[in-house]
Design a binder for this molecule. Sequence first.
Ligand code: MG
Length: 455
Amino acid sequence: MKVGLFGSSGIRGLVNADLTPVLAVKVGLAVGTFIGAGKVFVARDTRVSGIMLENAVASGLMACGVEVHRLGVFPTPVLAYLTKSAGADAGLMITASHNPPQYNGVKVFDREGLAYDEEKQSQIESIIKEEKFVPADWRNLGKEVIEGIDCQAYLEMIQENVQLNRKWKIIVDPGCGATSLIAPTIFKNLGCNVVPINAQYDGYFPGRSPEPNADSLKFLAKVVKEFGADFGVAYDGDGDRVAFVDENGVFVDFDRVLAAYAAYVLEKVGGIIVTTVEASMIFDRMVESRGGKVVRTKVGDVYIAKAIKEFGAVFGGEPCGAWIHPKLHYCPDGILSSVLLLKALEEKEESLSEFVSQVPIYAITRKSVPCKDQNKKEAVIKVKELLEEIFPDYKQLSTVDGVLMKLTDSWILVRASGTEPLVRITVESESLKTAKEIMEKVSVIVNRAVEDLEK
Ligand code: MG
């Protein structure tokens, strides 16, 4: 966290190294100062450090006269939804999302349930840096409220919007994260036959990594196949991301299921769809062929949510499994996404593999190059110059986030990771051979740029 306190998903760091209780108190003080008293909801995922940081954040908030409602373990989207529906002035989520167990973080939502954008983040950051805290008089310290807020309003929202007729057989894998209790309950409420795995709170994440991907979901894939289930679903540590396994026990590619769902939304209502620079170009093909329009933002759900609001978009999502359904709320919501996908399958009378099969397969290769946080931005600028030299016939160049270069049947994206000391490279092409060839060239360039800076 040397560059700035906030990354693309809030404050994130290694517990007791970057993210200490001292910093957490300051975050509480800063948010309390920023909103000026009022009522704040605080929730956490299942991480071991969650309670320690929650206590610290709550302490800072109360010092500024904020009434703190401690919700306990809740998924991020549920916290965001309740912040809006129960009329809190802000929601603070203690989570490091999909990062390993030794990390934690804080994400802040406003009273609309919208994550703090860059402007609000930089205001919080400057209050912390300059220690411009405004503590309350001792008579007006904030109260702590522990009881009273449950997830009923969220459960009702799901029930009002999703009804299923078929008795789907589903394997749910919350990975011991914040969705462990609520996700299986919701599927049961919808009449599904549910088999939960890794569905107990455990901050060591013993079952699998908090990041759902093809590798960490091998066990889920096996269980889906052995149980003959219709569908396997998994969430990240805090439940804003979702990943799927189809009825054959095959991990469903993130980009393809996102593009397929976007196409489904467009067929129903039409309009604008938002994604980030990182999403596959199949996204544009699927959306544009249905008369829709794609808006691309910087990587980070904060930017997607903001663009959805600005452009009045009907759906938005990132290929990491963070999907936003603006009709219901503006926080990426893994649970909501999974029940809405089931509803889509039911409407289309398709299995998950059939639903996704309409999306063409492009070869996409991704690679990360380690790079010190303080050098990441400069490395990407250098890479842009080198790319222009090596691919002088490029079709389009965008710097909305990192450098995105379109070639005839391929595209290249090189960007600084918002959460880790890495430069990320994505290359996509209609053929794997071409993608690999381009990736090889780009890797050399990125490595050279990083080495020059770290000499
Ligand atoms: Mg997350």
